[in-house]
Design a protein around this ligand. Structure first.
Ligand code: FES
Ligand code: FES
Length: 173
């Protein structure tokens, strides 16, 4: 039995310790926002945060996550509320989620949960990224570029700038 902390909640997991986190999230814990794209750390669809850093959950065994705080897109609103000391509000989105709505970023949507995770990591380190910073975060900072088969890259870039703006104004709605 392994205990994981997922979106602030301790979860007891029966899967063997070498099971990749993605399979545990989706098949055992019904956390469905991380997607299976390639299974080889080559696309970013499965990305989650572990102690604030993006990891590819398709290749990360749960044994590597003991004592770490795992955050999926489901946990972003609570992460933002905690960071800003805001009262809990089930209606409030994380600024990145709000920006994705405002800019109508997703097309098919499969890649977008990983994109939002990567962008959250970026904005927690760099509150006003340039286009070059955004491109670097999404292409060269991880094990592979984050891939979007629908080629929504321009909308993603606009979404990042919008999220930075929302953050600078104090938060989601
Ligand atoms: S499914 Fe994990 S990087 Fe593609
Ligand atoms: S929105 Fe379809 S793969 Fe990115």
């Amino acid at each position: 039995m392994t205990t994981l902390t997922i979106n602030g909640e301790k979860r007891a997991v029966k899967s063997p310790p070498d099971t990749p986190l993605l399979y545990v999230l989706r098949n055992e814990l019904s956390v469905m926002t991380p997607k299976f794209g390639c299974g080889l750390a080559q696309c970013g669809a499965c990305s989650v945060l572990a102690d604030g850093e993006e990891i590819r959950s398709c290749i990360t065994p749960i044994s590597a996550l003991a004592g770490k705080e795992v955050t999926t897109v489901d946990g972003l609103p609570a992460r933002w509320a905690k960071l800003k000391g805001l009262a809990s509000d089930p209606e409030r989105l994380h600024p990145v989620q709000q920006a994705w709505v405002d800019e109508q970023v997703p097309q098919c949507g499969i890649c977008q949960f990983g994109m939002m995770i990567k962008v959250t990591e970026l904005l927690e380190h760099n509150s006003k990224p340039s286009d070059a910073d955004i491109q670097a975060a999404l292409t060269t900072s991880g094990p592979s570029p984050h891939l979007c088969r629908c080629a929504s890259y321009a909308a993603i870039r606009d979404g990042v700038h919008r999220a930075a703006q929302i953050m600078a104004q104090g938060g989601g709605q």
